[in-house]
Design a protein around this ligand. Structure first.
Ligand SMILES: *Cc1c(COP(=O)(O)O)cnc(C)c1O
Ligand SMILES: [Zn+2]
Length: 481
């Protein structure tokens, strides 16, 4: 639809004006820094940063009903830059001109209601938001679209040239970074560090396919992260982990899309996300807070963060009810089917602590909760979901397992509506499904296969049409007509 045909009252708003004034702000000491240079940590106190718009209060001058219309009408605009996460441009990267935005089809992922069979089983109305339907098949593309649009903006303004992008990854960050970096050739090259044998075959194939330098490192993700952190201090590289605040900014689009999908009515809604490096839950909280502060939503939804008991530092931190008694202690991770969240020392922990407090304060009651689930339940609930029409990855299964725990603990009532993050596509993690179906999980996973979920192909050993059809009919207990 052409903008000239839009309602008069929103015509002036539909094309974003990039009037924001973004700064990095230190989560700890509050110092602010300009964005013409990429910063990861506060030069003063070394803590992590978040991006803030100094002109944010101006957004509050526009009435919420106008915002609703602007976002809804932007869905109909045929400008690629506005088709993804930058539909919410004023809230995401309001300094980036439309011409510099990198759009590869990210965002706008569908929210699919669970069928009645599954809703009856769980006892609550719920949906999966399929973030595996992003271009590299995980939610990481939201943050990369933001980070690479910023890089593109720096390149076009001659602030930088010959960028070398680098990241540590549990598999999906590298797939996404390599994809977006390859789009910006020849100005950007990328390299990724993966824990050897701790990403799936699909996740290893992705950055290789995009032409990135792929380094496999002995150890787990936390070891890779230490290396890229050290390298980003010493060499001229662009760190693309969620330590980079531009990643967080882009991932906030997840909350904006949920708000829009439910007509900005967040009453009785519960958003459930898995936690690894804690960038995602940081972004989800930050996004809802921004929409709440501008009146675009009039209530903050509940948020449930889920961790496996094999990688649970955030859960453990909040297990202590007394705020002043809480102490963050990194954990040594054990093998997990929710492998992309197998992180013992999450980089965004200080952001989480900061935002959880703010979130609950704004909501005037506790709205953020943390639960822990078993590896067994992660797999059992993933398979249950997918045998009812979903394409949930193991982390989607983790969310469903987390919902069940949250109901049991009374954090969620059956009158509420839950939105579960299937953070990646099931196909990335078929190796875990295979291990389950073949009952071959190594002991450390603590997962044993249940007969009711196991599925395997049935080999037919003849080409004789008569015999084959008899054999299949027998298996399916078919009656002759
Ligand atoms: C990265 C990732 C997570 C964890 O997200 P964080 O932002 O690191 O907490 C969960 N699921 C999938 C599929 C991921 O790729
Ligand atoms: Zn500081």
């Amino acid at each position: 639809m052409k903008i000239e045909n839009f309602p008069e009252e929103i015509k002036g708003y539909v094309l974003p004006k990039h009037e924001g004034k973004l700064v990095y702000r230190c989560i700890s000491c509050g110092k602010e820094y300009g964005i013409s240079k990429l910063l990861y940590t506060c030069p003063d106190c070394r803590n992590v940063l978040l991006l803030y718009d100094l002109n944010f209060d101006k957004l509050k001058e526009i009435p919420p009903y106008i915002w609703h219309k602007v976002f809804d009408y932007r869905k109909m605009v045929n400008i690629p830059a506005l088709k993804g996460i930058y539909r919410f441009h004023e809230f995401i990267g309001s300094v980036i001109p439309l011409d510099d935005i990198v759009f590869l089809g990210e965002g706008n992922t569908h929210i699919i209601e669970a069928n009645s069979n599954l809703q009856d089983k769980i006892g609550i109305k719920f949906y999966f938001k399929n973030d595996g339907q992003n271009p590299s098949a995980s939610f990481k593309d939201r943050g990369m679209a933001s980070a690479f649009s910023y890089i593109n903006y720096l390149i076009k303004n001659n602030y930088v040239s010959d960028v070398l992008a680098i990241c540590a990854s549990t598999g999906d960050t590298s797939a996404s970074a390599a994809l977006y970096a390859s789009y910006l050739r020849p100005n950007v090259k990328s390299s990724v560090l993966l824990p050897h044998k701790k990403v799936t075959a699909a996740q290893l194939a992705q950055p290789l396919g995009s032409g990135a330098y792929v380094f496999e490192i002995p150890g787990v993700f936390d070891d890779c992260m230490k290396i890229v952190e050290a390298m980003s201090e010493k060499y001229n590289v662009f760190l693309l982990n969620s330590k980079n605040a531009w990643r967080i900014l882009g991932q906030e689009s997840y909350s904006y899309e949920i708000s829009q999908e439910f007509e900005y009515d967040m009453a009785n809604k519960v958003v459930i996300v898995p936690i690894g490096n804690a960038g995602n839950i940081t972004a989800v909280m930050a996004g809802f807070i921004k929409f709440y502060e501008t009146g675009i939503i009039n209530e903050l939804p509940k948020i449930i963060g889920v961790q496996s008991n094999h990688a649970n530092p955030v859960y453990k931190y909040y297990f202590e009810p007394e705020k002043n008694m809480r102490k963050f202690i990194p954990v040594t991770v054990k093998p997990s089917a929710a492998q992309a969240a197998m992180i013992g020392n999450p980089v965004s922990m200080p952001r989480v602590i900061h935002l959880v407090e703010l979130y609950n304060k704004l909501a005037k009651s506790q709205k953020v909760f943390f639960v822990e689930v078993t590896e067994q339940n992660i797999m059992d609930f993933q398979l249950t979901a997918n045998q009812n029409g979903h394409i949930a990855c193991t982390h989607g299964g983790e969310c469903l397992a987390g919902l069940v725990v949250a109901i049991k603990k009374g954090f969620v009532s059956k009158k509420e509506v839950a939105i579960l993050d299937s953070t990646a596509h099931a196909l990335k993690f078929v190796n875990f499904q295979d291990m389950y179906f073949e009952n071959k999980f190594p002991l450390e996973y603590e997962i044993s296969s249940k007969e009711e979920f196991i599925n395997a192909p049935i080999l037919i050993n003849t080409k004789d049409i008569q015999k084959v059809s008899e054999e299949i009919a027998k298996k399916l207990s078919l009656n002759e007509v």
